[in-house]
Write a protein of this length. Sequence first.
Length: 248
Amino acid sequence: MDQAYLTPNAASPDPALAAVLDCRVLTKRYGSTIALNAVTFSIPRGRVVGLLGPNGSGKTTLIKLIAGLLQPTAGAAYILGEEPGPSTKARVSYLPERPYFSPSTKVSDTLAFFADFYADFDRRLAEDMLMRLSVPTASTMGALSKGTKEKVQLVLVMARRAALYLLDEPIGGVDPAARDFILGTIIANYHRDSTILISTHLVSDVERVLDDFILLQYGNVAMYSSPRLVHEQTGRSLDQYFREAFRC
Ligand SMILES: Nc1ncnc2c1ncn2[C@@H]1O[C@H](COP(=O)(O)OP(=O)(O)OP(=O)(O)O)[C@@H](O)[C@H]1O
């Protein structure tokens, strides 16, 4: 495990070194279910971090807590030193796991909506990415395939100039051939100072773009490391390593 990434540094006097995201003993219970159990980690700026783990391990719960859509039972998440609230929402670009535009909304209207709603939205960048992904902007969302809807929502979210992007299962519905292209387009266009936290089961598709990964198991951080370290230490890709380590 690369301990360097685990060092909380939100109190650093150098803003360039301050953590974008700091989770401290972050805990969420739903009744008697402990979805997140005193999760503590820190992510510096400029990293692309995979949030990995089996079904029910707490990935969506963690992302919703950071996005301010859920309240923690104990502990806290800090975005650039602040707990989730209106000012962090202006710095965080969040892609939920489910579609959120009504079927009758045209793709071009979603661009207008984001431009009105988010001061940091780069409309030209969004239009450019949609064109490169061959998305028909005159269509309604309801007329698009599941994968194309996901492309639109991912493009909108990534065309904001946010400090932190929270992507919950962004490419699950996209065909395998297009995943590489989409990830490549996203990574080529996002601002290098920003941090991306991306929850996914598609480890083999995303591992090449990840600087680091956090593995959740039963609501605990089981590992915080990098694909590079896993490869150096085991000779395996992240996907191979997980398949062997967590075989059912
Ligand atoms: N609204 C809720 N009410 C009760 N329990 C919940 C609720 N949401 C999540 N849970 C429970 O919390 C735990 C974590 O769920 P969560 O959705 O965060 O996991 P996940 O890692 O995102 O799963 P998946 O990979 O299947 O999307 C699970 O045991 C789940 O059943």
